[in-house]
Write a new protein. Sequence first.
Length: 479
Amino acid sequence: MSTTIYIDDSAIRVLVARGRKVRSWATMPLEPGLVKDGLILDEDAIARKVRELQRAEHTGDRKVIAAISGINCLYRSLTLPELPKDLLPEAVRREASRVLGVPLEQLYLSWQALPSLKGETLVYLAALPRNSADALISALRKAGLNPYLIDLKPLALARTITESRAIIIDLQPGSFDVVVMAEGIPHVARSLSLPQEASPEEKIPTITGELDRAITFYNSGHRDKPIDNAVPLLVSGELAEQEDVWSLLAGRARRPIQTLLPPMESPEGFPSNQYTTNLGLALKELAPEKGAAYSLVNLNALPEVYIPKPRPVSEVLFIPTIIAGIALVALGLFLTIPKFAHTTALRHELAVTNQRATSQITQTTDISNAIAPLQEQVSSIEATTDAFTTTFSNFAAGRDEVNGDLSQINNCLPAAVDLGSVAHNGDTLAIKGLADGEDDIFRYAKDLRDTNRFALVVITDMEQEDYLMRFTLTLTKQG
């Protein structure tokens, strides 16, 4: 039995499955302001609502598989030399620092080694904002839940299809996701927020623009095997229920479009389009069915700091050893006492016992003397911990400032512009990317100036590359 939970800007969705069969599901709508762009803003309120939903619907147990919104998450495929397993984590971290363009102090990294050619190591890397992950885990724990597995929404969506090459589009009231699947790997994953009050028809232009950018980005790096018009669009969420707008979504490409149907059995009346993410989470611990082309990426995005450390063997065996010792002593006394009928013998046994007790007291004193230095070490460690806590608090203000800058950069991003990297150096930011044309770059620079967050926005580099424009913007923060 697996219990899954996904929280976005509009609702909390819980689904319980046994194997590949859906057992129960429940949804609780959320008021505006509790969650924004996938980030939980009020942990206590969300925790209360999760508890209410659990009590009302009797859904699942304390252990849950949870998903984080893909908004502001980053994905990369890294090709590294063939390395020993013990050296791979540090190599991945160094390469992530080079290619992501965002300080690693703001991110949690998760990665998985994939099948690769001899002499190299192929790694799928996912990076999620620390504030989003911390807020989700904190809210779930306040609700009495234990999120032992965590996934990113686009990766959960990728797990629900059985085609090796497809494009997934999931539209929810306040956001949408586009995932380009090729050979079982989600090569491109994009997640953006949308106004909840807009209709699906009003959201289509934004979705199609992002879809075109995702396909162009993939094809620019895979010219030998591009995503052609025969690759199907698999839709879920609101789009699955709006077949009249499918033709607008397909555009001139006229791609085949169909509803995304995860390989799960469900009762009649189950609204699968609303729970696609949960279904992907429920498949996380199941082996792929024979012959199906499931996603090769199945990593646990639970940050390492939240993974319980295994207890030492000595600690695990300490209490059982004491109990066994007591049992042996009791058994010895039971077998010995009947053999001593005389008072003199009993007194002798008592003297021996007193001698043993004295020896035990001496040993206890020795242990107490050994504990004293350990207590001094604990005090030293606590002082170091306090210092780290103070330092972390100082970092928090800077992190919020950087998150605000990145949010503005993302919110102003036109549909025809694709970011490559963002370098943040305190008062100066450097944005690199690709655009369909010069007008898109000029419009992006103007929108950034209009935010009044930056004192200066300058196009420092712009050159033609194939049929796209490569550019660099330099932003100076307000004094």
